[in-house]
Design a protein around this ligand. Structure first.
Ligand SMILES: NC(=O)c1ccc[n+]([C@@H]2O[C@H](COP(=O)([O-])OP(=O)(O)OC[C@H]3O[C@@H](n4cnc5c(N)ncnc54)[C@H](OP(=O)(O)O)[C@@H]3O)[C@@H](O)[C@H]2O)c1
Length: 260
């Protein structure tokens, strides 16, 4: 039986690239996102590569939908070996420009979505004393970014979840890892909600040569699983997070000027 991976946010961007890379490595796949037609197109690509794929429409922020996703996955494949939490949304704007509803929506997808898939799959991982969980975080989960308080709060929560869950599960044979991208050349920012912040400035950043491609994130996710690594910060984001770790005060000063 081939190994299996469940990927959230698999209909486009990094999640789709990860699905195709894992199919190439011989994995069968469970693909989740809200828009089923896009997922089915990815599933067809996976099947054309000779692997099996199950596409399930699920909003990761809705616990009953996540339970249904995991139930369908286990019915189809018997077990899941790798969980890749990747579904995420972006929101920019200052504290006063963002509403409580904005905060709830971003935490629901970016944080609770991850908690809910883990809670639904973990009993099966614990039973077998094996399995790998990879959470896609962000540069914004390792250092503050101007005008992105809600997004960074959701991704710092993912960092705390990942690092602490690793402590809890390492003695049980379960691997927990993280991939932290910087800017990715995907539709993520196109789909982002801007509350008073400058869409144009972010859009023009995407043209910079140092922006990662979805395939770079897929490769980092593969390495985290294959080598049971704790964390990869992708591309030039690694330089920024290291600078912040070593020199937090000067970096805070620089970042606060960039946001004003
Ligand atoms: N792009 C960047 O610059 C960047 C930088 C750092 C970190 N990241 C992180 O990388 C991950 C992937 O980003 P990406 O660039 O590939 O984004 P993307 O192209 O916008 O893809 C996001 C995926 O998540 C799914 N999704 C969104 N909300 C969902 C929900 N409530 N339930 C289920 N699925 C949902 C989307 O499908 P549906 O809309 O059909 O549900 C889509 O498949 C995210 O966690 C993001 O925070 C991105």
């Amino acid at each position: 039986m081939p190994p299996t991976a469940l990927i959230t946010g698999a209909s486009q961007g990094s999640g789709k690239a990860t699905a195709l890379l894992f199919a190439q490595k011989g994995y069968d796949l469970v693909l989740a996102a809200r828009q089923l037609d896009r997922l089915e197109a990815v599933a067809a690509q996976v099947e054309a590569m000779g692997q099996s794929a199950l596409a399930v429409s699920a909003d990761v922020g809705e616990a009953p939908q996540v339970e249904n996703l995991v139930q369908q996955a286990l019915e189809r494949f018997g077990q899941i070996d790798v969980l890749i939490n990747n579904a995420g949304i972006c929101l920019t704007g200052s504290m006063l420009e963002t509403t409580p509803a904005d905060w709830q929506q971003i935490m629901n997808t970016n944080f609770w979505g991850y908690v809910q898939t883990i809670q639904a799959l973990l009993p099966q991982f614990l039973q077998r004393h094996s399995g790998s969980i990879v959470n896609v975080g962000s540069l914004g989960g390792k250092m503050p970014l101007p005008q992105m308080t809600a997004y960074c709060a959701s991704k710092y929560a993912v960092t705390g979840l990942t690092d602490t869950l690793r402590l809890e599960l390492s003695s049980q044979g379960i691997h927990v890892g993280a991939v932290h991208p910087g800017l990715i050349n995907s539709d993520f920012l196109e789909r982002a909600q801007f509350r008073g912040a400058d869409r144009q400035r972010l859009a023009s950043a995407l043209k910079a040569g140092w922006v990662s491609q979805p395939a770079d994130i897929a490769q980092a996710i593969w390495e985290v699983v294959d080598q049971r690594r704790s964390e990869i910060v992708v591309g030039p984001a690694a330089i920024a997070t290291e600078a912040y770790r070593l020199l937090p005060a000067p970096m805070q000063w620089l970042l606060s000027r960039a946001g004003s």
